[in-house]
Design a protein. Structure first.
Length: 179
C-alpha cells in the first residue's frame, strides 16, 4: 500500500474511502468549558440520521463524498460514480477501503463490472482502521461538529457538517437521497 500511495499522481489517483453516520441526537463526549460552567446539550428526542460515503485524496487534500438518507448498498457505487466524475482525466483510480459489506455486495460488483473499468479496489486487513486516512477525517468531524452539538434539525446539522468539510478540504459533494 505504501508503494501505491507513493506512486500517486493526477493520472494514477489514490484515495482512502469509508462511510460515516451523522445522527441528530448528538454524540456526548468531552468538551471544553470555563471552570464552574456546564454546557447544556439538547437532544431532539426522535433521532434522524444521514450517511456520508467519502473518499479522501491526500495528494490534493481533496474530499469527494455523497450523502444519503439510508445506509444501503447503493451509497458506495454512488460515491464511486462521483470519483469517476471528479477524476475524469485519470487513467486509474485506486480506492483503499475496509471490508465493509457494501464494498463487496452484489450491487457493487455489478456496478463495477459495468462502470468500474478505471477503478481498482484495495482492501485493508481487518481491524486496522488506523491505516485508512479518511477515518481520521471522520473522527475530526465528530470531535468538532457532531459531538455535543446543539442543532435542532438534521438539515441544520448537515449544513454545519458540509461547511466544516468545505473549510478544511477541497470538497466535491453530491446529495443523493434516493437509490
Amino acid at each position: 500500500m505504501k508503494r501505491l500511495v507513493a506512486s500517486a499522481s493526477d493520472a494514477n489517483v489514490v484515495v482512502y474511502s469509508d462511510e460515516v453516520d451523522i445522527h441528530l441526537n448528538p454524540k456526548i463526549g468531552p468538551d471544553w468549558m470555563l471552570p464552574g460552567t456546564q454546557r447544556l446539550v439538547m437532544t431532539p428526542g426522535q433521532n434522524e440520521k444521514r450517511y456520508l460515503a467519502g473518499a479522501y485524496e491526500p495528494l490534493h487534500d481533496r474530499l469527494v463524498y455523497v450523502e444519503g438518507d439510508r445506509k444501503a448498498s447503493w451509497i458506495f457505487p454512488n460515491m464511486l460514480r462521483a470519483l469517476l466524475e471528479t477524476y475524469e482525466d485519470a487513467e486509474t483510480i485506486h480506492v483503499i477501503l475496509d471490508n465493509y459489506i457494501f464494498h463487496t455486495s452484489r450491487l457493487t460488483q455489478a456496478w463495477l463490472a459495468e462502470f468500474g473499468r478505471r477503478l481498482r479496489l484495495h482492501f485493508l486487513s481487518p481491524y486496522c482502521p488506523s491505516e485508512n486516512r479518511i477515518e481520521r477525517i471522520w473522527l475530526d468531524l465528530h470531535a468538532n461538529v457532531t459531538r455535543n452539538h446543539r442543532q435542532r434539525t438534521i438539515d441544520a446539522l448537515l449544513d454545519r457538517v458540509h461547511g466544516y468539510l468545505a473549510d478544511h478540504f477541497d470538497t466535491r459533494r453530491r446529495v443523493l437521497l434516493v437509490a
